[in-house]
Design a protein around this ligand. Sequence first.
Ligand SMILES: *Cc1c(COP(=O)(O)O)cnc(C)c1O
Ligand SMILES: [Zn+2]
Length: 385
Amino acid sequence: MSQLHHLECPECGRSRPADALSTVCEPCDSPLLARYDLDRAKTELDRDATAGLPATMWRWRELLPVRDPSRIVSLGEGGTPTLEAPRLAARLGVRRLFIKDEGRNPTGTFKSRGMAAAVSRAAELGVKGFVVPTAGNAGGALAAYAARAGLSAHVFMPDDAPPANRLEVERAGAGLHLVKGLISDAGREAARMARETGLFDVSTLKEPYRLEGKKTMGFEIALDLGWTLPDVIVYPTGGGTGLIGIWKAIDEMSRLGWIGSERPRMVAVQAEGCAPVVRAFRGGLDRCEFAAGARTLAAGLRVPKPYADRLILRTLRESGGTALTVTDEEMIRTREAAAACEGLQVCLEGAAALAALPPLAASGWLRPGERILCLNTGTSLKDLA
Ligand SMILES: *Cc1c(COP(=O)(O)O)cnc(C)c1O
Ligand SMILES: [Zn+2]
């Protein structure tokens, strides 16, 4: 049974009931976070027993928001492997490299996890249809899970979004709306349709539950590493959902007594042509400035101003982490290296995380022998352009 207890604004601390459909804390302009009764979960949930359940993210359903398990909308998301990559590690100048391969998810990226959680929960709360602005993969995932739930979806994406994303949305029967400009422009159009039609907007971190799906990556990383954590987790950051989610999972696992006090340093990697988080981190700011003219081939990183900027920056600082950029050329070269060294078809965003390792190792920020985990957030097979 879900131990979901209430929703909380991380800025003003106010709590709200979890069983009403919720979006954001308007006065604070902040996402809402799901809070669980972890004391109760601690007595009812056995860490090692969860490991024996079928390998999907729903093995942690007590720590996910869906009340009635029969309402779970699933395509088998989660349970992706964490692979050690020694040959690629040597190429990138580090010793112990692990890659969590999110390309194995049903829609080819980790967006499956977030949308499975958000669609399941919203449907449970009575929502009949959805809108989403997306760089591409969130739209594909929404279209898939809405279809699976028998509900409608409208997807707003920049007109230069990858062809695979347009196709997957259309095939799943969702409405495809191509918008001139960036994901921020798509966001305005999606919000307008939501206002006019009453469809539910599942924009990144503008409802509380995509984050909950993505946090399961944190549980799995610990499980995959024998209930230990790596020294460093490197995350290709667009909206930041996975970065915040993994950090949230670590906090929950620690309160549940599943892990000790060790914490990974969290690293946000962005593209040279779109790096609002890196700029704010370096500048000591707690919010990002809009990155005008955002440009990168890595569509998932083309987010000029993440809504959850404060939470992203707090996570980086609290964890003793850092933020850095890589170029598109470095991503492309590293994508080839991952395939040639390990047979792993990583997406450009995943390649960005890997491409951050040589500079971090050369500067001494990574210490020799540290265990480094990079998220490969999707398969490169969605990007044949
Ligand atoms: C969305 C996306 C990202 C960025 O994820 P956030 O959690 O929004 O930062 C990275 N890689 C891929 C493939 C994506 O689709
Ligand atoms: Zn608030």
